[in-house]
Design a protein around this ligand. Structure first.
Ligand SMILES: [Zn+2]
Length: 406
C-alpha cells in the first residue's frame, strides 16, 4: 500500500501541472494574421493581498488605479486589445491563495494570446534597524563554583524610516551573460523583501524552471527594450530613475509568460511624498507607460509612432532619403509622332513629353504626362486621366531621373 502511495503522489502532482504546461502559448512578439496586438495588464496584488501599505492607501489600490487608466489609454490605439488580470479589488482567478493567483495571472496572459505583459506594483522599504550603546550593567556568573562579576554592554534597539524614492522596472533574465550588450545589473533577490516573498513561487518554479527559461529567453531583448523606455519616460517627467533590473529567479509572472514581460515598480508607497504622488498622479504615470508602449509597438512593427496611432495596416515602404523619386503617367504608346501640343492632349492639365523608343526595328513614341512628387499624387491623377478616355494609362516611376519600371 505504501509503495502505491509513493508512486501515485508524484504522478498526480505531475498531472496537476499539465494544464499549466498546456497554457504556454502566449502570442509571441507580434500577432499573426492581422489579429489585434494583445496587451495584458496585471495590477499587482488585490483582495486578501493588499501588497505594501502606505499611511492611507495600499499597493493593490494604487496598482489597480494605474492599471485601469493605462488600459483606457492603450485601448484607443487601433488594432490593440487590452485584457486585465483584475478590474476589482480581488485576487485574480477568484481564489484567496496568493500563489495560485500568481499562476493564474501568468496562465491568463498566455491563454489570452498576450503579445506583451505589463505588471504594475509599488515599492516599499523595511525600516532601518539601529543599535545604540547606552552603558553597562553588572551581572554575576558562576565559573568553577566561583561567583564572577561581569560588565555587560547595554544597547537600545530602534528603527528609523527608510525613505527611498523613484521607479524601477524588472525583467526576467536567464543569466547575466544572456546578451553581453545589455549591461544590466543583476539584482539578487532580498529574502526579507516582502515584495519578493509575495512574487516568488517555489513549487511551480522548481518544476518548470528549465521549460520557462527556454520560453522567456526568446523575449528578454524585447522586455528590456520596453522596460528601458518606461524608465526613460518616467525620468523625463522628473522621477528618480532606479533603472531596469534583471532578475534570474523569483518573479513568476515574468518568468512564466510566453511573451515580452515587464514589472513596473511605480514608486515607494511607504514614502509619504511618493504615496501622495502615486494616488494623485495616476494619469501621468499611465501616460508614461503608454508613451513607452507606443514607441515599443512602432519598433517591433517597423512603423513610425504616427502610423501605429493611425492604425495603418500596410505601412508604405520608406524610400532611402538619398534617392530622388518622381512619377509620371504614361498616356499611350504609338507609332504615330504627335506634337506634344496636339489637340488630343490639350484637355489634360500638365505638360506632356514624348519619348522615342525602338522596338524590333520599328520606332514607337511614348507620351508621358506630368511630374509628380509621390506615387499617391500620380495615382489620384491617373484615375481622372482614365475617365477622360486613356484607359491603358499607368503610373511610371523614376529614380534620380531614370525610369525604373517599363
Ligand atoms: Zn507588489
Amino acid at each position: 500500500m505504501r509503495f502505491w502511495k509513493n508512486l501515485i503522489t508524484p504522478v498526480l502532482t505531475g498531472l496537476l501541472f499539465l494544464p499549466a504546461m498546456a497554457q504556454n502559448e502566449g502570442g509571441g512578439v507580434l500577432p499573426q494574421d492581422n489579429k489585434p496586438f494583445v496587451v495584458v495588464i496585471d495590477p499587482g496584488h488585490g483582495g486578501v493581498d493588499p501588497g505594501a501599505k502606505g499611511s492611507y492607501s495600499t499597493e493593490a489600490q494604487v496598482a489597480l488605479g494605474i492599471g485601469l487608466k493605462l488600459g483606457r489609454l492603450l485601448s484607443e490605439i487601433p488594432n490593440v486589445k487590452v485584457y486585465y488580470t483584475r478590474t476589482t479589488d480581488a485576487l485574480p482567478g477568484g481564489g484567496t491563495n496568493i500563489k495560485s493567483a500568481l499562476r493564474w495571472r501568468a496562465d491568463f496572459a498566455n491563454r489570452m494570446g498576450g503579445n506583451i505583459f505589463i505588471s504594475i506594483h509599488c515599492n516599499s522599504t523595511s525600516p532601518i534597524p539601529h543599535r545604540e550603546f547606552i552603558g553597562y550593567h553588572t551581572e554575576y556568573i558562576r565559573v568553577h563554583h566561583r561567583r564572577v562579576k561581569r560588565r555587560v554592554p547595554r544597547y537600545r534597539h530602534y528603527t528609523t524610516p527608510n525613505i527611498q524614492e523613484g521607479t524601477e522596472v524588472y525583467v526576467w533574465g536567464v543569466s547575466k551573460d544572456d546578451d553581453k550588450n545589455l549591461a544590466l545589473r543583476e539584482n539578487a533577490p532580498l529574502l526579507n523583501d516582502p515584495e519578493y516573498k509575495s512574487l516568488f513561487d517555489s513549487s511551480s518554479a522548481v518544476l518548470n524552471t528549465i521549460f520557462w527559461n527556454t520560453v522567456q529567453r526568446e523575449y528578454t531583448k524585447q522586455s528590456i527594450t520596453l522596460a528601458s523606455d518606461v524608465e526613460n519616460q518616467f525620468a523625463k517627467i522628473g522621477r528618480v530613475d532606479r533603472q531596469v533590473k534583471q532578475r534570474q529567479v523569483g518573479i513568476w509572472v515574468l518568468h512564466a509568460t510566453a511573451m515580452p514581460s515587464i514589472l513596473i515598480e511605480t514608486g515607494f508607497i511607504n514614502n509619504p511624498t511618493e504615496e501622495t504622488y502615486l494616488n494623485n498622479n495616476q494619469e501621468q504615470i499611465a501616460t508614461c507607460i503608454y508613451d513607452a508602449f507606443v514607441n515599443y509597438l512602432a519598433g517591433v512593427k517597423g512603423e513610425t509612432t504616427t502610423q501605429v496611432l493611425a492604425g495603418s495596416a500596410n505601412p508604405p515602404v520608406i524610400q532611402p532619403v538619398n534617392d530622388n523619386y518622381s512619377y509620371k503617367i504614361q498616356l499611350l504608346v504609338s507609332a504615330n509622332k504627335y506634337p506634344v501640343n496636339d489637340p488630343k492632349f490639350s484637355k489634360l492639365e500638365g505638360k506632356v513629353v514624348r519619348e522615342k523608343d525602338r522596338v524590333n526595328d520599328s520606332t514607337q513614341y511614348r507620351y508621358l504626362l506630368g511630374n509628380f512628387k509621390t506615387g499617391e499624387d500620380a495615382s489620384q491623377r491617373l484615375e481622372m486621366i482614365k475617365l477622360m478616355g486613356y484607359k491603358d494609362a499607368f503610373v511610371v516611376t523614376f529614380r534620380n531621373g531614370k525610369r525604373i519600371d517599363q
